[in-house]
Design a binder for this molecule. Structure first.
Ligand code: AMP
Length: 434
C-alpha cells in the first residue's frame, strides 16, 4: 500500500513526502480509509506506531475540503510533551496549507494562547485542564468543532482527566467525528470511550516483538563518526552476510562507494537503481559475492536472504515498527542474530520506545578499533568542542577504561536500568570522545 492510494490533497501529499514517509505504517493503512469515510474509530496502539499521522492526515484532509473558519479539530492529550510532539507533527503535515494550529496547556502564559486563539486557528492541541480554563473565560469557542481526537486515553484516565473531558464534551457539538487512541483499554476507559464514540470501528496494532534469538546492541555515536565505526564493526565481526540500513538513498549509495574504495565486498540497494542493477546487487549478496549490503528501508522490503547474522542500523529507523522489521532480517528460524544500532543524541526518544517494546534495554556496544579511530581523530571532526565535551560526559559508558567504575551507571538512553557493558580486548576508544 502507498500513500497515493489515499488520494490526499496535493499539499498533504507533498508534506508526507517531505517528512520522508514513503509507506504507511500498519495503523495508517488500517485507520486512514475509515477516517476518510468519517467513521468513528477506536485505535488501540502505542506511540511509535505512526498513530499521530494516522489521525492527523484524514483530519487535515477534511478541514481542507470544508474550508470553514473557527476551531474545527480538537486533539486532547494528557501531557505537555505529547501536545508539543503532536503540534510539531501537525505543523509538518499542514505546512503547505493555510490551516493554523496551536497548543493549549498549563504552566505557561495564558495570554499568548489567547492571542493565538483570537487570531484564529483551525486545530487545537490541548491538555484538558487549561482548555477548560479557556472555555470558562470564553477565550476559546468550540461550538463549530467538527473533529474530536482523544490521544493516549489510558494516560488521561491515569491522570484523573476523565471528569474534565466530560465537562469539555458539554461544550462541543454532539454531531461530530470522533476518534480515541489508547495503548491499553482498562474497563473504566472502555466505558467512557463508548460514550464518546458512535458505532466505532476498532483497530488494534500490536508491535511485533523481534525474535528472542536476536541480541540488541547500541552504539552512541556522533553522526560524523558513524562510517569509521561501521568500518571497525565490519572488520571485527567479519560475518558472511551483513545488512546495513541507512535513512536515505543518497547515503546508501555514497556509503557503499566509500566502503568499496576501502576494499570491502559491498554493494548498495536503493530506490534510484534500475531493476537490473537491483537484481545484480541482490544476487551478488545472496551468492556471497558481496558480504555487505547497504540498503534503505523500502529497497530492503523484499529481501529474503537466509543466513543474515548481522543487521546494522547505521541510521536509527523512524518507528518501532521499522526497527522490528529491519532486525527481523536476522535471527530467522531460531538462528541467532545480532542487531547493532548507531544512535546519536537526537535518536534518544525512538531508542527508548524500542527498548520499551523489546522489554529490555540495549546492551552498550564496544568494538575493537582499527587504530585509526582514536580520540584526536574524532575531535578533529567536531566543529564545536563544547558539544563534544558534553557528549563525552554523557557517553563515557563506552570507554573501556572507565567502564569499570561506570558500569552501574544508567545507560544514557535508558531510564533507570543498570548497564551490562560488553568489553573486548581493546575497546574502541574513539567512542569515548563523543
Ligand atoms: P507516532 O507513533 O505518531 O509518535 O510516530 C512515531 C514516529 O514515526 C514519528 O517520528 C513519525 O514522524 C514517524 N512516522 C509516522 N508515520 C510514518 C511513516 N509512514 N513512515 C515513516 N515514519 C513515520
Amino acid at each position: 500500500m502507498d500513500f497515493k492510494d489515499f488520494h490526499f490533497a496535493p499539499p498533504l501529499a507533498k508534506a508526507i513526502a517531505q517528512c520522508g514517509y514513503s509507506t504507511p505504517t500498519q495503523i495508517q493503512q488500517q485507520a486512514i480509509p475509515h477516517l476518510l469515510q468519517r467513521k468513528d474509530l477506536l485505535g488501540l496502539a502505542q506511540t511509535g506506531t505512526g498513530k499521530t499521522a494516522a489521525y492527523l492526515l484524514p483530519t487535515l484532509q477534511t478541514l481542507l475540503a470544508q474550508q470553514k473558519k473557527g476551531v474545527r479539530a480538537l486533539i486532547l492529550v494528557p501531557t505537555r510533551e505529547l501536545a508539543e510532539q503532536v503540534y510539531k507533527n501537525t505543523l509538518q503535515l499542514s505546512t503547505l496549507t493555510s490551516l493554523r494550529s496551536c497548543t493549549i496547556y498549563g504552566g505557561v502564559s495564558k495570554v499568548e494562547q489567547m492571542k493565538k486563539l483570537a487570531r484564529g486557528v483551525e486545530v487545537v492541541i490541548a491538555c484538558p485542564g487549561r482548555l477548560l480554563d479557556h472555555i470558562q473565560s470564553k477565550t476559546v469557542d468550540l461550538r463549530n468543532l467538527d473533529t474530536l481526537i482523544l490521544d493516549e486515553a489510558d494516560q488521561m484516565f491515569d491522570k484523573g482527566f476523565l471528569p474534565d473531558i466530560r465537562r469539555i464534551l458539554t461544550h462541543i457539538p454532539a454531531k461530530r467525528h470522533s476518534m480515541v487512541f489508547s495503548a491499553t483499554m482498562p474497563d473504566e476507559v472502555r466505558g467512557f470511550v463508548e460514550d464518546i464514540l458512535q458505532d466505532p470501528v476498532t483497530i488494534q496494532i500490536d508491535h511485533d516483538k523481534p525474535s528472542k534469538t536476536i541480541s540488541h546492541t547500541l552504539f552512541q555515536v556522533a553522526q560524523d563518526n558513524k562510517t569509521t565505526l561501521l568500518r571497525d564493526v565490519l572488520l571485527s565481526h567479519n560475518t558472511p552476510k551483513t545488512l546495513v540500513f541507512t535513512k536515505t538513498r543518497f547515503k546508501a549509495k555514497s556509503l557503499g562507494a566509500q566502503l568499496l574504495r576501502q576494499g570491502f565486498a559491498v554493494t548498495s540497494l536503493q530506490g534510484n537503481m534500475s531493476q537490473p542493477q537491483r537484481q545484480a546487487a541482490m544476487d551478488g549478496f545472496r551468492k556471497g559475492k558481496f558480504k555487505v549490503l547497504i540498503a534503505t528501508d523500502i529497497a530492503a522490503r523484499g529481501i529474503d536472504v537466509s543466513e543474515i547474522s548481522l543487521v546494522i542500523n547505521y541510521d536509527v529507523p523512524d518507528t518501532v515498527e521499522a526497527y522490528t522489521h529491519r532486525v527481523g532480517r536476522t535471527g530467522r528460524a531460531e538462528h541467532t542474530g545480532q542487531a547493532l544500532t548507531f544512535a546519536t543524541q537526537a535518536d534518544k526518544r525512538i531508542v527508548r520506545l524500542v527498548e520499551h517494546q523489546l522489554g529490555r534495554i540495549f546492551v552498550a556496544g564496544s568494538v575493537e578499533t582499527t587504530g585509526q579511530g582514536n580520540t584526536e581523530h574524532l575531535q578533529a571532526h567536531h566543529d564545536d568542542r563544547a558539544t563534544a565535551q558534553v557528549e563525552e560526559k554523557e557517553a563515557r559508558i563506552f570507554t573501556g577504561k572507565k567502564a569499570h567504575r561506570r558500569e552501574k551507571r544508567p545507560f544514557p538512553f535508558a531510564s533507570n536500568h543498570p548497564v551490562k557493558h560488553v568489553r573486548s580486548k581493546r575497546t574502541r576508544k574513539s567512542q569515548t570522545a563523543l
